[in-house]
Every structure is written in C-alpha cells, then in structure tokens.
Design a protein around this ligand. Structure first.
Ligand code: PGA
Length: 250
C-alpha cells in the first residue's frame, strides 16, 4: 500500500531562531501520525533542523539542489552535500523554481538523475497554470511535464519518487483545486503512469496535492482515492495548522 505523506515546504521563510522555535512547536503538536511527515526548511537551517529533530519521526527535506556533483557553480548545493549532513529527500520542480529561476523540464531531468544517482528520494512538483486550465490543456501540460522530466527513468527508480501535483493557480492564492479536480488529475496521472510503465508502479507511487491546503479543506482533499497527502506551503509555517493537516491525513 502506498504511503500517505504530508510535507511542509517552508520556502524562503524562517531564520535560524524561528526555525528552531517552529520545530519545537511541531514536536509538541505532532507526536505521532500514520502519515510520513516531512519539513523542508531553507538550506542554511537543514543541519540545525536535523539536530532538533533527532529522535523525532518528522523528517527533513531540501527544497532544491544542483545537478552537478561539484564544481564552479557559485551559490549552488549538490546532492552529495545534502547527503553528507543527513538529508536524503529533495523537492524538485517547484513552480516557483520553474517561474522565477527558469527551471525547465530538461534541467529538471538532469536534477532528477543526479538526485537518484546520489540515492536521494525526490518530491517532484508539477502542475498547470491558470490559462492552461482555462483552455482545457491541463492534462496535456501535466502529461508533458511528467514525460519530459521523469519518463526516461527505469521502473525501479520510481520507488524513490513522490509526485506532487500543484496547480500553479492554487499556490499561495487561497484558491484550492476542488477535491474533485484534484482526484480527477491524480487519477489521470496514475493512468498516464500505467501506460508509460505498468499498474504496479502507478499504484505504488504516492501522489500529493499542493496548493492552498489548509486545516479546513485538508480532510476532504485527502479523502479522495488517489490523493496520498499534501505538499503544504503557507500553512506549514504555523505549527497548529500543519499539525491539523497532518491529522487530516490520518
Ligand atoms: P501553498 O503552497 O500551500 O502556500 O499554496 C504550496 C506549495 O507551494 O507547495
């Protein structure tokens, strides 16, 4: 059975002191869960976060990484650097990376390969923009995002991939995809995976929904058959809200 996962993407929020404080609140607020619980603080606070979470079941993920193993890439972080401090999950393909930092499918395919080569697990984000949804192109867009960045992978790589469908129009906007819209897309993703690989892979991969998930809407979204949890932005910065969302995942 595939895992339920709730991951908090902290984006460029929380300095060192604030990070420590929020983690301490989270440890109190989330003592156990049947879902896997992950937080993704900023690079500079990853090591500190791991230390603070020693002995806790809450895991730590990076928000990004570079595709090269090392070299002249000023300001970048490699998979090996993350692994060396004990981080073995990374978010790739977030819409903010795509929109503000020019990350396209080809670049993401390289990052995916580098992360898997280093033995990391990937939370791979994708999703359509508002005009693409309005014009009815959302299925086509999602299919091509998956195909271009992930479908070169061999079947056994998929045990280290978590998918996160995040319609861009729902990220940080307060507007959520309806549970039905989420379910419809997640089922489409599983169908696409069945066609590209097989039903074993399609049924085994966890597909998270992301985009304005809040305590008030999490339970209904997570109750859908093909929704295996969420990638949470804004609401992951408030311990009580994130804890309520984790509780909604069961
Ligand atoms: P949001 O962000 O929950 O603030 O909409 C989700 C995300 O960007 O992963």
């Amino acid at each position: 059975m595939r895992k339920k996962i709730v991951a908090g993407n902290w984006k460029m929020n929380k300095n060192r002191e604030e990070t420590t404080r929020l983690i301490s609140e989270l440890k109190t607020a989330i003592q156990k869960s049947d879902a896997e619980v992950i937080i993704a603080p900023t690079f500079v606070n990853l090591a500190e976060s791991l230390g603070e979470l020693k002995g806790s079941f809450i895991q730590v993920s990076a928000q990004n990484m570079h595709f090269a193993e090392s070299g002249a890439y000023t300001g970048e972080i490699s998979a090996d650097m993350l692994k060396s401090i004990g981080v073995s999950t990374v978010i790739l393909g977030h819409s903010e990376r795509r929109a503000y930092f020019g990350e396209d499918d080809a670049l993401l395919a390289k990052k995916v390969d580098a992360a898997l080569k280093a033995g990391m697990r990937i939370i791979f984000c994708f999703g359509e923009e508002l005009d693409q949804r309005k014009s009815g192109d959302h299925f086509k867009v999602v299919e091509s995002q998956l195909k271009n960045a992930l479908f070169h992978l061999k079947g056994d790589a998929w045990k280290n991939i978590v998918l996160a469908f995040e319609p861009v129009w729902a990220i940080g906007t307060g507007e959520t995809a309806s549970p039905e819209q989420a379910q419809e897309m997640h089922a489409f993703i599983r169908k696409t995976l069945t066609e590209a690989y097989d039903s074993g892979i399609a049924e085994g991969v966890s597909i998270l929904y992301g985009g304005s998930v809040k305590p008030g809407n999490a339970e209904e979204i997570f109750s859908k058959a093909d929704v295996d949890g969420g990638l949470i932005g804004g609401a992951s910065l408030v311990a009580a809200d994130f804890a309520a969302i984790v509780a909604a995942a069961g």
